[in-house]
Design a protein around this ligand. Structure first.
Ligand code: ARG
Length: 722
């Protein structure tokens, strides 16, 4: 599951609530504590490696083969030349950027037959975890209970800066310190970051994204969701920016490929970088999610997607340009639909309420507990009521989705800095030098942009605002729309696209060459974005106190909850740090009288085939392989070709591309999705229903071998067989 949109979210609505009692397989554990907390359970379930073989900071260990890809996905090193496996949907943006009408790698796939054909990807990096440590006491050293939240943040911020400096080794490492358990604990992570990452291989979308948005978030699945990259280092083996002189990385550790396949009950362990979960959200948070947050996302996101899709279907050029943005938004949007469905069906509200009632009883039984935790739940409830009364959540999410889905909200935002440069009084060459980065920005902006589509999106957003936000809380651009355009948002959007200097590359460059403060300040796109931004900031400021109150109350709630169940080990919410989840290969029962098996086979691809639907086209060569059963050594013991499998693991967005490992630490699959029946899993893990969906590594091999005939890739890999 890719993190995509989650990274862009400005403010995460975090609150609290967790069921008591850890069912097996729930939990995203910190590698540093695996030996102490999980090792015995892991061994019982089938792990054969020693604790040192999986996590060791002095010697190479399994953790050295797992990387954070670009902050939004996970990848794993699979050869001694720095080859990386991840998902197709993780490589999608890179593949899209290399695609054009002439080289449509999205449709046709891409295979480098030698190192020299591999494609560099500006801005894409991978981070190797060097080590992590617990810095809680040092972070909280200067924090006093009587401090306000902002004083507390300031004290923490100072300590964090120092802790980062300490390990940065003069810029050799990137260091981050992150809060856990809603700010009750802090850990420090030291990374080595490589910036020269090249695209090596990708199947066509008809394999890598087979089933499209229809099958997304669902089982049974038949998707070859993988792509291949390579990490390059400088000639000295150290991180270096892209250069022709760079060489394939010599990694500390790489994974071997198991061709034994999976059986029900087999040990399965997943390592990766889950982005964000909210397992401690309270019943109040559930109400806000169901009543305000998700409906806002679903309404605005759905409308933007509909506009994009209709234009993408009409033109290949628009299809390629919007592919990556569309996929990201569609993925997030469907997730929220499933999340609401799951929260309702699985009675998550009642489950949270039960935890809170137990918590309250524990608090009430003791005076010192009352003093410490007595107001936490009431405060949380008060804040959510205040949010509701002011339509805060709706406005916030309308705005966030609009910024995410509309380039004409993003670009004016990115170029706002122009105004300060113009006002600084610079002239001539000096001025042009200052504006240079903005010329570059324009090149990026107009590459994946279609003005007609954007005009419709802007109008639709304005229309939804008008419908659903109280008149006195609308951004002030609506005054102008009312005054000058008789309230007609379409007329406004049309005029804006006609007159703004930000809506075509020609007008934009001409403006930069002869800039004017007056022109920019009167630009309708600039005005629109400014107005939305200001409205957001005002709204946010008015809620600062509530935000701080909520943060504090949640911290206390989580602290008290842990103390009230001292025998239980609580795992921390995901926060884009390396985690391990272990469980087994397992089927499930999605509904009364329905059983879902734990593997899918290649025949299922042909069952789903529909040449009239671009989500279910089967490439001719793949069809031939399946029809002639040309599976070679990648078939299972009955000669059948497994495509995907299920396991009982706890993953979320950011885990996409994570390796699924057997008891020996060998690669059996690449995780890429969660299942529809448990989409509320980010808020409450559903042990009977929640599964991870992975592509079987043997299907990945089949595609590389028989479909792409990329023997150069196979030769690099190391295979193991029982
Ligand atoms: N649901 C997956 C995730 O969040 C992404 C799957 C991408 N495939 C697709 N058909 N959109 O990671």
């Amino acid at each position: 599951m890719k993190k995509t949109f989650f990274t862009l979210i400005l403010i995460a609505m975090i609150s609290a609530g967790l069921r008591a009692g850890n069912p097996p397989d729930e939990g995203m554990w910190l590698p540093m504590f695996v030996e102490r907390l999980n090792y015995v359970d892991m061994q019982k379930m089938g792990l054969k490696l020693s604790p040192q073989e999986i996590y060791d900071i002095n010697h190479s260990s399994l953790k050295d083969a797992i990387v954070n890809l670009g902050g939004f996905c996970t990848a794993e090193v699979v050869s001694d030349k720095g080859l990386l496996f991840t998902n197709h949907h993780c490589g999608y943006d890179a593949i899209q950027k290399h695609s054009s009408l002439e080289h449509d790698y999205l449709t046709d796939g891409f295979w480098a037959r030698s190192l020299s054909e591999e494609l560099p990807n500006e801005g894409l990096s991978v981070s190797f975890l060097v080590k992590m440590d617990d810095v809680t006491s040092r972070v909280l050293e200067k924090v006093k209970p009587e401090m306000s939240e902002s004083e507390r943040s300031a004290a923490i911020g100072k300590a964090v800066e120092m802790l980062k400096q300490e390990e940065a080794a003069d810029g050799k490492y990137e260091v981050s310190v992150k809060g856990f358990y809603n700010g009750n604990e802090y850990y420090r992570f030291v990374y080595e970051v490589y910036e020269d990452i090249r695209l090596v291989g990708a199947p066509p979308s008809a394999i890598g994204k087979f089933g499209g948005d229809t099958d997304n978030w669902m089982w049974p699945r038949h998707t070859g969701d993988f792509s291949i990259f390579r990490v390059y280092s400088g000639p000295d083996g150290k991180p270096a920016p892209y250069s022709k002189e760079n060489i394939p990385l010599k990694p500390k550790h790489f994974l071997k490929i198991s061709v034994d396949g999976v059986e029900r009950g087999d040990y399965a362990m997943i390592w990766g970088y889950p982005g964000q979960t909210d397992r401690y959200r309270t019943s109040h948070g559930i109400q806000a999610t169901l009543g305000e947050i998700n409906p806002a996302i679903i309404k605005v996101g759905g409308k933007i997607l509909e506009i994009m899709k209709s234009d993408m279907d009409k033109s290949d050029d628009v299809r390629i340009k919007y592919a990556s943005n569309y996929a990201g938004l569609a993925n997030f949007w469907k997730n929220k639909i499933g999340e609401s469905r799951g929260l309702k069906r699985l009675d998550v509200y009642d489950k949270k309420k039960a935890i809170e009632d137990k918590f309250s009883a524990w608090v009430m039984a003791d005076e010192s507990r009352k003093a410490m935790y007595g107001s936490a739940l009431q405060d949380i409830s008060d804040v959510y009521s205040a949010y509701s009364a002011s339509k805060y959540n709706t406005k916030l999410w309308y705005l966030q989705i609009s910024f995410f889905g509309s380039q004409m909200m993003q670009f004016p935002m990115q170029t706002q800095g122009i105004i300060n440069i113009l006002k600084s009084g610079q002239k001539g060459e000096e001025l042009q030098a200052s504006l240079a980065p903005f010329y570059e920005m324009g090149k990026g902006q107009f590459k994946n942009y279609n003005p007609a589509t954007e005009e419709k999106i802007v109008a639709a957003i304005l229309e939804m605002y008008r419908q659903d936000i109280p008149a006195d809380a609308l951004p002030d651009i609506f005054n102008l729309i009312d005054r000058k355009f008789k309230g007609d948002v379409h007329l406004f959007a049309k005029k804006m696209f006609e007159t703004s200097v930000l809506t075509t590359p020609e007008k934009y460059e001409a403006f930069l060459a002869k800039p004017s403060i007056k022109v920019f300040e009167n630009d309708l796109a600039y005005k629109l974005t400014n107005s939305f931004y200001n409205s957001f900031m005002t709204q946010n400021m008015s809620m600062t106190q509530n935000g701080e109150k909520l943060k504090k109350a949640q911290r206390l709630f989580v602290d008290g909850l842990r103390k009230s169940n001292p025998e239980k080990v609580y795992y921390p919410d995901a926060n884009s740090t390396m985690r391990v989840t272990f469980g087994k290969v397992l089927d499930y029962y999605p509904a009364d009288a329905v059983h879902y098996d734990y593997v899918t086979y290649a025949e299922g691809i042909l069952e789903k085939e529909d040449p009239t639907n671009d989500e279910f086209i089967v490439p001719a060569r793949l069809k031939e392989i399946i029809e002639t059963k040309d599976f070679g050594k990648w078939a299972d013991k009955n000669g059948r070709m497994v495509v995907c499998f299920l396991s009982h693991n706890d993953i979320t967005g950011g885990n996409s591309g994570s390796p699924v490992l057997n008891g020996n630490g060998d690669l059996i699959g690449i995780a890429f999705d969660g299942n529809w029946e448990a989409m509320s899993g980010d808020i409450a893990f559903e042990t009977e229903l929640q599964r991870t969906i992975s592509v079987d590594i043997r299907y990945v091999m089949l595609i590389i071998d028989k479909y792409a005939n990329a023997q150069n890739i196979l030769e690099e890999l190391r295979f193991v067989k029982k």
